[in-house]
Write a protein that binds this ligand. Structure first.
Ligand SMILES: Nc1nc2c(ncn2[C@@H]2O[C@H](COP(=O)(O)OP(=O)(O)OP(=O)(O)O)[C@@H](O)[C@H]2O)c(=O)[nH]1
Length: 407
């Protein structure tokens, strides 16, 4: 069945109703617009056709990778507002490949000044020598203007390379890029490298890591996740931004790509099921976009490998997705209770963040991330009953093994 034929106003891209996203892209801009109101920004830079617009559309606008084949070249800076009420609050600026940093029309003070992270995209299927010299130019110029920028290099389109070739290409690019910086006396600049492709989850994983670096509360979130997993017999936990499927935090154990992919698929399954069987106003023949993910959204899925996936809504935009062994799942009550403590603790993080509203982090562009906006979507009844502060110290949680002994 084609969704275009559907008479309902709700259209779908992949698993999501179109309304279930970050809203329309903003118009192209040519210069500063009210800088005081800007959010921290992530710049996407790189040569023409390296894949910048595709990355942004696939990750944040649910465009399918194949549709990017028809994207037209960008010839002006395109600003895209990525905002929800949780920790994900920024703008992505897609900088055209052909832009000249030394042109007077390119206001580098303004563009790099409010920048949190600069992602430089290199097409790994192409000759990357020119890209490397552009990278060097962009990094040195940006660093001179704003020393707090995080530099991320996406070695992109690696779907076309063999495994050996990927490793070799990454080694070569890393070597050349750092050598060039060292030669220019800029060895204090740190570049992070990621192998990416829009045709698999690698681009979401890489973007997750970039976004995490811009979240001042990351250490607190990681600590909370560590506490939850150790008290609930959970092996791995991710806090997901549901719309983009980037994870904004995970526990301190290493991330296995397959686990991450499983968790992403779990979100798709839950949203799909909710869209099909969730709240619908049949008489108006109209699906309610916001019904796909709400405060009742929860699921346990048992896989034939003896692994169980657990998803629970944290707030309108965040979900906790966990992986556990089948035997760890025996006491679901404990997991649910610990989850409520976790949710209450997250609420406290939001409250603390909002209290900081008038304080500065020392980085004006980061203040917006800290101070963001109200997050009142959390269940107030649950949060008032549970002591999130106790969670942070680990006391509020039930431990599965203790309860079993009591049983
Ligand atoms: N194989 C492969 N192709 C990709 C990938 N990402 C993007 N592409 C393709 O690369 C081409 C260029 O992508 P764009 O997103 O338009 O590139 P851009 O960097 O925004 O280009 P400009 O707007 O000219 O600066 C498109 O045909 C995409 O389908 C990828 O991960 N793998």
């Amino acid at each position: 069945m084609s969704f275009e034929d559907d008479e309902t106003p709700c259209t779908y891209v992949g698993s999501f109703p179109k309304g279930f996203g970050y809203g329309p892209e903003e118009a192209e801009i040519e210069g500063p617009v009210n800088p005081g109101e800007e959010k921290p920004r992530i710049l996407l830079m790189g040569l023409r056709r390296s894949g910048k617009s595709s990355i942004q559309k696939v990750v944040f606008h649910k465009v399918s990778p194949n549709e990017t084949l028809f994207l037209e070249s960008t010839n002006k800076i395109v600003k895209d507002d990525i905002s929800n009420s949780s920790f994900v609050q920024f703008q992505i600026w897609d900088i055209p490949g052909q832009i000249d940093f030394f042109d007077a029309a390119f206001d580098s003070e303004y563009i790099f000044g409010g920048c949190g992270a600069l992602i430089f995209v290199i097409d790994a299927q192409d000759d990357y020598m020119e890209a490397l010299s552009r990278l060097q130019m962009a990094v040195t110029r940006a660093h001179k203007i704003n020393e707090s920028i995080k530099f991320e290099v996406f070695i992109h389109k690696v779907d076309g390379l063999s495994d050996d070739n990927k490793i070799e290409t990454q080694r070569d690019i890393l070597q050349r890029a750092t050598d060039e910086l060292n030669d220019a006396g800029m060895d204090n600049i740190h570049l992070s490298f990621h192998l990416t492709s829009i045709y698999d989850h690698s681009i979401f994983e890489a973007f997750s890591k970039v976004v995490q670096k811009l979240i001042p509360q990351l250490a607190v979130l990681e600590n909370l996740l560590d506490i939850v997993i150790s008290n609930s017999k959970i092996e791995k936990a991710f806090l997901f931004d549901v719309v983009s499927k980037i994870y904004i935090a995970t526990d301190s154990s290493p991330v296995d790509m397959q686990c991450y992919e499983l968790c992403c698929d779990m979100i798709d399954v839950v949203i799909d099921m909710s869209c099909i069987y969730g709240v619908r106003d049949i008489f108006l023949s109209r699906a309610r976009d916001d019904g796909a993910f709400d405060n009742e959204s929860a699921s346990f899925i048992k896989l034939n490998s003896g692994t169980v996936l657990f998803l629970r809504e944290v707030n309108k935009h965040l979900a906790l997705v966990c992986i556990l062994r089948e035997d760890g799942c025996e006491n679901r009550g404990i997991i649910q209770y610990n989850f409520k403590c976790f949710r209450a603790a997250i609420q406290e993080v939001f409250v603390a963040r909002n209290k900081q509203a008038n304080k500065s982090t020392g980085h004006p562009q980061m203040d917006l991330l800290v101070n963001g906006q109200n997050d009142d979507e959390l269940d107030s009844d649950e949060t008032t009953q549970t002591n999130g502060g106790a969670m942070a110290s680990g006391h509020g949680l039930l431990n599965g093994s203790l309860l079993q002994d009591d049983d």
